[in-house]
Design a binder for this molecule. Sequence first.
Ligand SMILES: [Fe+2]
Length: 167
Amino acid sequence: MAKSSARSTASAINIGISDKDRAAIAKGLSRLLADTYTLYLTTHNFHWNVTGPMFNSLHTMFMTQYTELWNAVDPVAERIRSLGHAAPGSYAQFSQLSSVPDAPAVPPKAMEMVRILVQGHEAVARTARELFPVVDKAGDEPTADLLTQRLTVHEQTAWMLRSLLEE
Ligand SMILES: [Fe+2]
């Protein structure tokens, strides 16, 4: 079988973006999907395991954040499909693609959780931002729009979490 599998529909797509650019954008979006999913899981983990005097506010805040991240993975995956590529959706693929590390096995203290989440949101923002040059070059407005929305959320959430760390 040829390298591009018989199940691939990539060759049948003609939306005005070259095969090469669609492949590059799908690859970048796959990284964004893996980052977002990993950060989702870490945030839900911290919702479960947070302790200390700020329990109530952090438990609630983490719920708002993991719900937003959970809702974000679907449009990213479906954009990959619209570009003619398969969306990754396994822990093995996500761990290979993600720039966000897994949550620590032992739950950290509350403010360390906040620090880890700041780093996670910043990492996802970098992954999204790295993809802009090829998206711009290809005139892929829907992906540019999606990336802009994701950058807005990740940068705002990082700011809110970072503010908790200041005296
Ligand atoms: Fe809950």
